[in-house]
Design a protein around this ligand. Structure first.
Ligand code: BG6
Length: 469
């Protein structure tokens, strides 16, 4: 825990009975929040106020119109009747976040709600203002707060953000969304590891040669030039989403004796990862990035990064964990490949042989690579994959529905705790900033700069995720 002034009150207990979301006219609300609210209204059948707040000079009708468009586009299976159930609960508060009247209006809309939940879907620069408004207007009493990534842009700003939050909210009432933790496929990493007896004996430095995690996207920065200039791929997806994946792959089994054990194990992994340095990082930038709107003509911001991490633990000593992530790569795919060491007789095992592969996106698939003999006289073989494909079922929730529902219930396991945020920043902190390492250009549609191959050369090169139908 940091030494921030900690709210001494007890955490709230019970299910939230009002949902407030700031940034109601914004992009996140349009793409993710309205569809999640629609799903929640149908699944939970609740009857509580859902209040959108924005400073857009909108009317209630405009909010409803926006919600309707969003649900039509991103939750197309909802019928008109389904939407009517959401619309009945939606209210709108318009106002400047710097003015207390805005929060007084919100207080009135909250009525006799006992446990309001405030979702800050707004730029982090506005967090202090909104949190102060919530506190002064008493909207923060017995309340929960949800914040979106980025949780700061380095260790120092993350700490100051945590101080701002803790001045008003108890840590147990702060829900930091990393939507990767809401994904079924990511949760399944933990389940598959600890739900299968055959895995545990080999899940360590004695049997694992290396781990590779690829998050590839075949599109660019989609008009987010200004924002991307402030982030780059290390801050955008490595410090958060992909370190969470490393944490799930590497952690010790959580216990069942207390609820926060999984997050404790996750933080322990982050603390054992050696902070990055220039020898373990290759940064790239796709050709054309500097011509994007909002991007500096000499920008050194990376749109690709490959890193080699080492976890200084008993289990993982000497096993490299590689991560590569980038924009404008050949496909959109997220995949983990855990490669096992080869048996001592090389002829049974010439190249990539035994591995466990977790395809996380676009669909969950788990594959186990095994060697089998070719028919015939020769002792030659091939690698086949034993594969489990998990089709979506009707209980599957979109990450935002899952996470908003958990926050309503006060269930924090799938949210990033303060200590995890800070430990994750500590890992990338030494390589933040344009001068940390050179940035190499790469052609769009390729797997990034060639320089990144050197990082993995000793371990057999990058594994290229196959395109699957
Ligand atoms: C977001 C990043 O957090 O995650 C985006 O800001 C990235 O740049 C996205 O594209 C990836 O998430 P998903 O769920 O599409 O794999």
């Amino acid at each position: 825990m940091s030494d921030s002034p900690f709210n001494p009150d007890e955490p709230t207990i019970g299910i939230a009975d009002a949902i407030v979301f700031f940034g109601a006219s914004g992009d996140l609300a349009y793409k993710k929040i309205f569809p999640a609210l629609q799903a929640m209204v149908l699944r939970r059948d609740f009857d509580i106020p859902i209040i959108g707040v924005a400073f857009s000079n909108w009317t209630n009708e405009q909010l409803l119109q926006r919600a309707r468009e969003s649900v039509r586009k991103f939750y197309p299976s909802a019928s008109d009747d389904d939407f009517a159930r959401l619309a009945k609960l939606l209210r709108y508060v318009d106002g400047d976040y710097h003015k207390i009247e805005t929060f007084d209006k919100l207080r009135v809309e909250l009525g006799d709600a006992k446990i309001p939940m405030h979702y800050l879907a707004i730029p982090p620069s506005l967090f202090p203002t909104v949190i102060e408004g919530l506190a002064k207007s008493k909207c923060a009493v017995n309340a929960r707060v949800i914040v979106e990534k980025p949780f700061g842009r380095d260790l120092q700003s993350a700490r100051s953000l945590n101080r701002v939050l803790h001045a008003v909210f108890n840590e147990a009432d702060i829900f930091r969304i990393d939507h990767y933790l809401g994904k079924e496929a990511v949760q399944n990493l933990v389940f598959f590891r600890f739900g299968n007896t055959f895995l545990e004996p080999i899940w360590n430095r004695h049997y694992v040669k290396s781990v590779q995690i690829t998050l590839a996207e075949n599109f660019g920065i989609a008009g987010r030039g200004k924002l991307y200039e402030e982030t780059g791929v290390i801050r955008d997806v490595i410090q958060n989403h992909l370190l969470q994946v490393v944490g799930f792959l590497a952690m010790e089994p959580p216990t069942r004796t207390y609820a926060d054990s999984m997050r404790d194990e996750q933080v322990k992994v982050f603390r054992m990862i050696r902070p990055l340095n220039g020898d373990n990082l290759v940064r790239g930038q796709f050709k054309g990035y500097r011509r994007e709107e909002g991007v500096a003509s000499h920008s050194q911001v990376e749109t690709y990064a490959a890193v080699r991490l080492f976890i200084d633990s008993w289990r993982w000593e000497g096993v490299p964990f590689f991560i590569r992530a980038g924009k404008f790569l050949p496909h959109t795919v997220t995949e983990v490949l855990v490669e096992l060491k080869r048996p001592p007789i090389a002829k049974f095992f010439p190249h990539l042989g035994n591995y466990v592969r977790f395809r996380l996106n676009p669909q969950l698939r788990i594959g186990i690579g095994a060697r089998v003999k070719h028919a015939g006289e020769a002792w030659t073989g091939e690698t086949v994959e034993l594969s489990a494909l998990k089709a979506k079922n009707s209980d599957e929730m979109d990450p935002y529905e899952r996470l908003l529902g958990d926050a309503m219930d006060g269930e924090g396991i799938l949210f990033t705790r303060e200590d995890a945020v800070e430990a994750a920043w500590q890992i990338v902190q030494p390589v933040l900033g344009p001068s940390a390492t050179p940035v190499f250009e790469y052609d769009q549609g390729t797997w990034g700069p060639r320089e990144a191959d050197l990082l993995v050369a000793e371990w057999g090169g990058w594994h290229t995720p196959a395109v699957e139908s």
